[in-house]
Structure formats: C-alpha cells, structure tokens
Design a protein around this ligand. Structure first.
Ligand code: FE2
Length: 241
C-alpha cells in the first residue's frame, strides 16, 4: 500500500487537506459509477422520506432533524437530494439519477460539526472524484490552515431530532481556494478544515464518492451526542484490525 511522502504529510498538516491525483484509474471510476447507477436505479424512497440535504442550519433542522430516515443513515444506504428536485407533492422534477446530493454543493462547514470526537483531529474525510470536478462544475473549496482553530458549532441529537451548539462564523469568501480535481483524484480532508462546494450550475455532472474515517486510537471518544451513532446491528466497520 502506498504511503504519503514526508512532503505530502507536511502539506496536509499545514493546509488541512491534500490532493492525491490519479488515486483511481479511469476504469475503476467507471466501475464504481456503474455500481452507483445500479443502486440509484433500484432506489425506492417513500414519499415522506424525500429529504433534501443541507448543511445550513435552519434548513437542516427543518428537513433532516426530525426524520428517522436521516438519523438512521449510518448503517444503511440513504438518499439525500439536491434542493428543488421535488414538486410540492414529492414527485421528481428531474431524473432521479441526477437528483442525489452528496454529489452536489455544500455550504461552508467543518466535518467535526457533525462528526465530533474527543480529542479533535481524529476524523478524516475521503473524497474521490468520479468525474472531473472543476471550477465550472462545483469543485471543493478550502480555507487552508483553518483546521487549527477548533470547532465553531456542533450538531447534536436532541429530543426533537437534532439541534446546534454554537454557530458557523460568516467565513470570508476571499479566504477560500478552489481545488479542481481530475477524475480519479482523491482529496484527504482534515475533520476541522473549513470547506465548501459551490452549486453546480453547469450542465456537466460532478459525481464524487465520499466517506469519513475515525482514527479509533486508544482514548478516542466518538461523541455520544453526535447525530450519527453506530447501531448494534451494524457498528462502524473497522477499516483494519
Ligand atoms: Fe464536509
């Protein structure tokens, strides 16, 4: 297995993110997209579960916080949609395969807002471009070095679903730098680095595959207040043992 070089590791530690170009081959991306296409084609989402994904607080509380569908998404395949894909009755306004978010845009946030550990610094996001993700079609943007400032807000479980502690600062847009990624590139994302992606208003789709890892080293505590909790049926799967 390939390791990060000392200079790559240094860059990740300084910036809070790192691009590894060509992590997957073209063929591997095609195979993954094919499988994702099969899953989406088979998706059957009950009307009341047609949840639009948002990292914005008010929308999130309204759309996600109260839904069991969202809270139980840790060990199941759950679908979250771009804004504006449903009409008032919950019918699809765009082809379902183009409607899934997590392939779409997100407002500025730190992953630790949602995935909080003690100590901090134990969560790593992995984001792989299944297609080119460039300036015109919604690539990721980062504030380099912002991972050293702690966590501004947390989303926690509450009796009515979820609620927030603290608030997201009004981040200066000029601090963000874009990170265009060619198909097959992988981005490592520190749990506290501030990042976002813009809405993709081009006609080029921008599929990505993303997941998070927690370094379950001795002494790491996954906050019991996190919205996402492992279940007895399926605890968080270990990457290696
Ligand atoms: Fe994120």
């Amino acid at each position: 297995m390939a390791c990060l070089s000392p200079s790559q590791l240094k860059k990740f530690q300084e910036d809070g993110f790192l691009l590894l170009e060509g992590f997957l081959t073209e063929d591997e991306c095609v195979a993954m997209q094919h499988r994702i296409g099969e899953i989406v084609a088979e998706m059957d989402v009950p009307l009341h579960c047609r949840t639009e994904f948002s990292t914005q607080e008010d929308e999130q509380l309204r759309n996600q916080g109260s839904t069991e569908y969202f809270l139980s998404s840790g060990d199941k395949i759950r679908f979250f949609f771009e804004k504006g894909v449903f009409d008032k009755k919950g019918n699809f306004l765009v082809p379902p395969e183009k409607s899934i978010n997590k392939i779409g845009h997100v407002s500025p946030h730190q992953d630790a807002t949602f995935l909080y550990t003690e100590p901090l610094g134990r969560v790593l996001g992995v984001w792989i471009a299944m297609e080119d993700a460039l300036l015109e079609n919604g690539c990721l943007w980062f504030i380099p070095g912002s991972h050293t400032r702690g966590v501004s807000r947390r989303m926690i479980r509450a009796p009515a679903g979820t609620s927030f502690l603290g608030s997201e600062p009004a981040w200066d847009n000029n601090l963000f730098v874009p990170l265009p990624v060619r198909r097959g590139g992988l981005v490592l994302i520190h749990g506290e680095v501030v990042h976002k992606s813009e809405q993709n208003l081009s006609n080029l789709s921008r599929q990505a595959y993303t997941f998070h890892l927690m370094e379950a080293a001795a002494g790491t505590v996954w906050s019991p207040e996190n919205w996402l909790q492992p279940t007895t049926e399926l605890p968080f799967p270990p990457l290696y043992v």
